[in-house]
Design a protein. Structure first.
Length: 249
């Protein structure tokens, strides 16, 4: 693992932070291309990116802190140590969605279009961010004897490199979305598709991660995936029925 890339005088450059920044840049570049294809105001994407990233980071960190509160309770200052890793995707979505809705109204753009742009940006950046998790040595999996197991420094036990599983799954999801984005039948459908694919992948990934069960033998990540997946599918089907033949994208 390489949690620290290098030192620049007194400044420490962390691999997790660098990969997260790269993920944002790549996500922005991809979403900007999609925004131009859709004829969206060029000024919208920089504003959307800035505020969604800020809201996403806050939401992702808060969700992680809440889930792992026993660790942070005696060390509250560590809540701000984002460079050590510890962001939850679902928390990011929780705060990013209302911010995207607010900006869409401000720019007189449909929320569905804004959600699609956020989805394609998130899908593009996610695989890169997960490589940052691998370099940082966080989000590791259960012990295994598989040939591709990785021994992490904290205990030296060969484990599932779930960060790399996530990165590969994220890349596949992005390629599916990129290929399918011109076929959606209403604005917002791309976002529904992304959330659906993410929830499915995340549910199965959690079987390989070191997370204690919370309900019915499932861990919190799996419960959250199911809780979001089913309403998403219902709204997606309703959207196709109501807007599918009316909306241009």
């Amino acid at each position: 693992m390489h949690p620290i890339l290098f030192h620049l005088g007194p400044l420490t450059i962390y691999s997790y932070g660098v990969m997260l920044a790269l993920a944002v840049l790549v996500g922005y570049w991809v979403a900007q291309k999609e925004a131009r294809r859709r004829g969206v105001d060029p000024d919208f994407m920089p504003t959307l990116t800035f505020w969604v990233v800020v809201a996403g980071l806050i939401g992702a960190r808060l969700a992680y802190v809440v889930v792992d509160w026993p660790h942070f309770a005696p060390n509250p200052v560590e809540i701000f140590f984002i460079w050590d890793g510890g962001l939850t995707f679902y928390g990011a979505v929780f705060l990013a969605v209302p911010v995207a809705w607010w900006l869409a109204r401000r720019y007189r753009l449909s929320f569905g279009t804004a959600a699609d742009l956020v989805a394609i940006a998130a899908a593009a950046g996610y695989p890169i961010a997960r490589i940052g998790c691998f370099l940082n040595g966080c989000c590791y999996g259960k012990p295994t004897n598989l040939p591709w197991a990785v021994a992490f420094p904290f205990d030296g036990v060969p484990r599932h490199p779930t960060q790399l599983y996530s990165s590969l799954a994220g890349l596949i999801i992005f390629l599916i979305l990129w290929r399918w984005r011109t076929k959606e039948t209403f604005a917002g459908e791309l976002a529904f598709f992304y959330v659906t694919l993410y929830c499915i992948y995340r549910f199965f990934l959690e079987f390989f991660r070191v997370t204690p069960p919370a309900f019915w033998g499932l861990n919190i990540g799996q419960v959250a995936s199911l809780a979001i997946l089913f309403p998403t599918l219902i709204l997606w089907l309703l959207g196709r029925h109501r807007w599918g033949r009316k909306s241009g994208v």
